[in-house]
Ligand binder design. Structure first.
Ligand code: UDP
Length: 526
C-alpha cells in the first residue's frame, strides 16, 4: 500500500464559537500544519475576523492554515446581527438562542464541504459541536472530537453519571466522593456538573454524548505529566482511540511575536505592557483575569479592587467589569482608584494579551478563574495560580492545580455565585481575603518557593511533552497516522471504516487500526 504523507491530508477544524474553544482549536491547526498537513478552520465571520491575525502570521511562516467562513443563523433565533461568540451573550435567553443557532449550522457546513474540490480527510469537531456528526456520516469523513476542558473534569463527570451519584444526592450542595477516580476528590453538584445541564438543552446534551460515543477518536488538550492517569481511565471508559496532544499553548509551539493577538486583537498596546513588566523585578507581578465569559458581581469586583490595592503587590488586571458607564467603572473613577494605585497597577479594560503577560519573567502569579486554557497557560509558563473558579469545569481545574499538582493557592471561593444567598451580593472573598491569598501566593518563604519550583518543573515537563520524543508529540504523530489509515480505508470504499466505531467491537477495531497507524507513523512527517 502506498505511503500516505501528512502533506496529502486535509483537516477541517470546527470549533465551538467561544474563545476558550476557538483558541485551542487554532492552536491545534498550527500543530497539524507544522507537521505538514493542510488545515482549514471553519467558523463564522465575526470569529474569523478575531482570529485572522494569528492565522495570517502562521501563513507568513509557511504553514498551510486557512480560515473558512460559514454564516451564523443567530438572528433566526433572536440574536442581534454580529452576535456570534459566546462572550457576546448576556442572559440565559441569549445562551439558548446561541446554542439553537449553533446546532443550525449543519446545512451551511455541509454546503461548504460539498463545494470543496476534494473531500477533507478528517473533521475535528469541538465536543460541543455534535451537529457535525451527520455531515461526516453522510459524506464519509473521519470525525475526531476535541475536548476543551480537563480530562480530570471529563472523567469525573463520566464516573459520577455512571455510578448514579447525580441521581442519588439530594441537593446541589450535598458533598459526595467521586467514585473510581485516580485521586481522592470531594465535590458537590454545584461544582462538578457536566456541560449542557440546564433546562432547554436536553436534546443538545444527548447529542453531545452520542457524538462523543460514536467518534472515530478523541483529542485531549492535556499531557501525561499532569493528567496521564485521567487520560488512560477516560480512554478505557469511553473505548475510543484517545490522543493527548497538549498543552497546545506550549510556548515552544508558537511564534512569540504573534501571541499578543491570540483569540482577538488586544485592547491595549502589548508593547506598553511588556515595557511595564520589564521595569518590574522577576516574579513580582500578579496577573488577574477571569477569562472571556465569567463576570464578577459588582460588589465582588470592588472587594477585589480594594484587596489588590491593599496587597501592595504590582498587578495587571484584565477587567471586563469596568467598562465606562458600569457600576464598577463608576466606582473606580469616583474613587480615583487608578491614580491611587499609580504605576503599581495596570487595568486592561477588554481583551488582554494573556500569553504575552504569562510568558514574561516578571509575572510571578496568576489570579485565574481556572478556565482550562488559562490553567494550561499557567502550567506551560510555570506561573503559580491563585484559584478563583466561577462555574462549570473551573472548580475541577482548581482541584487539579491545588490538590493534585501543588501549584495553586485557593482564593476561598466555594460555589458559583448563583448558589449564594441574595444578601451576599455575590461576595465570597472580601478585600481582606484577597490580601491574605495574594500574600500566600506571592510568598517568597519556603512554601512559596517550593510552589514556584514545582510550577517551573511542570512547565519544563510541558515543554518536553510537545517536543520530538515527548508524549504529546508522539500522540499527535499517532493521531495523524490513524487518520491517514482511516482515510485510506474510506478511499478503498470500506464505508464501515468510518461508520463502524459505534459497535461494541470498537476496541478490537481500534487496536487493528492502531497497528496500521503505528506502521504508517513511519511514513508520516514529523
Ligand atoms: N484570553 C486572552 N485575553 C483575555 C481573556 C482571555 O487572551 O483578556 C484567552 C486566554 O488566554 C485563554 C482563553 O482566552 O486562552 C480563555 O479560555 P479559558 O478556558 O481560560 O476560559 P473561558 O474564557 O473559556 O472561560
Amino acid at each position: 500500500m502506498a505511503a500516505v504523507t501528512t502533506a496529502e491530508l486535509h483537516f477541517l477544524l470546527v470549533p465551538l464559537l467561544a474563545q476558550g474553544h476557538i483558541i485551542p482549536m487554532v492552536d491545534l491547526a498550527r500543530l497539524l500544519a507544522t507537521r505538514g498537513a493542510r488545515v482549514t478552520v471553519v467558523t463564522t465571520p465575526v470569529n474569523a475576523a478575531r482570529n485572522s491575525a494569528v492565522v495570517d502570521a502562521a501563513r507568513r511562516e509557511g504553514l498551510t492554515i486557512e480560515l473558512a467562513e460559514i454564516p451564523f443563523p443567530g438572528p433566526e433565533f433572536g440574536l442581534p446581527e454580529g452576535a456570534e461568540n459566546m462572550d457576546q451573550m448576556t442572559d440565559l435567553t441569549m445562551y439558548l438562542g446561541f446554542f439553537k443557532a449553533v446546532w443550525k449550522m449543519e446545512a451551511a457546513l455541509e454546503d461548504y464541504v460539498t463545494s470543496l474540490p476534494r473531500r477533507p480527510d478528517c473533521l475535528v469537531a469541538d465536543a460541543c459541536n455534535p451537529w457535525t456528526r451527520p455531515v461526516c456520516d453522510r459524506l464519509g469523513i473521519v470525525r475526531l472530537v476535541l475536548h476543551c476542558p480537563s480530562t480530570y473534569f471529563l472523567l469525573g463527570v463520566h464516573q459520577l453519571t455512571k455510578h448514579g451519584v447525580y441521581d442519588r444526592v439530594a441537593g446541589d450542595l450535598e458533598p459526595f466522593d467521586v467514585p473510581d477516580f485516580p485521586v481522592p476528590a470531594v465535590a458537590n453538584k454545584a461544582t462538578f456538573r457536566g456541560f449542557f445541564q440546564w433546562r432547554g438543552v436536553e436534546q443538545e446534551a444527548r447529542d453531545v454524548d452520542d457524538a462523543e460515543a460514536t467518534a472515530d477518536g478523541l483529542i485531549l488538550n492535556t499531557f501525561r505529566d499532569v493528567e496521564g492517569a485521567f487520560v488512560d481511565a477516560y480512554a478505557a471508559a469511553l473505548g475510543r482511540r484517545t490522543f493527548a496532544v497538549g498543552p497546545t499553548c506550549a510556548p515552544r509551539l508558537h511564534n512569540a511575536d504573534a501571541t499578543a493577538g491570540r483569540g482577538n486583537r488586544a485592547d491595549v498596546d502589548a508593547g506598553r505592557i511588556v515595557s511595564w513588566l520589564d521595569s518590574r523585578p522577576p516574579a513580582s507581578v500578579l496577573y488577574v483575569s477571569f477569562g472571556s465569559i465569567a463576570h464578577l458581581r459588582d460588589k465582588q469586583a470592588i472587594e477585589l479592587a480594594v484587596g489588590l490595592e491593599k496587597s501592595g503587590q504590582p498587578f495587571i488586571w484584565a477587567i471586563k467589569e469596568a467598562k465606562p458607564g458600569t457600576a464598577v467603572g463608576d466606582w473606580l473613577a469616583g474613587e480615583g482608584y487608578e491614580e491611587r494605585v499609580g504605576d503599581r497597577g495596570l487595568l486592561i479594560r477588554g481583551w488582554a494579551p494573556q500569553v504575552t503577560i504569562l510568558a514574561h519573567p516578571s509575572t510571578g502569579g496568576f489570579l485565574t478563574h481556572c478556565g482550562w486554557n488559562a490553567t494550561l497557560e499557567a502550567i506551560a509558563h510555570g506561573v503559580p495560580a491563585l484559584t478563583w473558579p466561577n462555574f462549570s469545569d473551573q472548580f475541577s481545574s482548581e482541584r487539579l492545580l491545588v490538590d493534585v499538582l501543588g501549584v495553586g493557592v485557593r482564593s476561598g471561593v466555594t460555589v458559583p455565585s448563583s448558589f449564594l444567598p441574595p444578601e451576599a451580593e455575590g461576595v465570597q472573598v472580601t478585600s481582606a481575603g484577597v490580601v491574605r491569598a495574594v500574600a500566600e501566593l506571592m510568598d517568597e518563604g519556603e512554601e512559596g518557593m517550593a510552589r514556584r519550583l514545582r510550577a517551573k518543573e511542570l512547565a519544563a515537563k510541558a515543554m518536553v511533552a510537545v517536543e520530538e520524543g515527548g508524549s504529546s508529540h508522539a500522540d499527535l504523530t499517532d493521531m495523524i497516522g490513524y487518520v491517514s489509515c482511516r482515510r485510506k480505508s474510506a478511499a478503498r470504499g470500506d464505508a464501515g471504516a468510518v461508520a463502524r466505531t459505534d459497535s461494541p467491537e470498537t476496541i478490537g477495531d481500534i487496536s487493528g487500526d492502531k497497528r496500521e497507524a503505528d506502521a504508517t507513523r513511519l511514513s508520516v512527517q514529523s
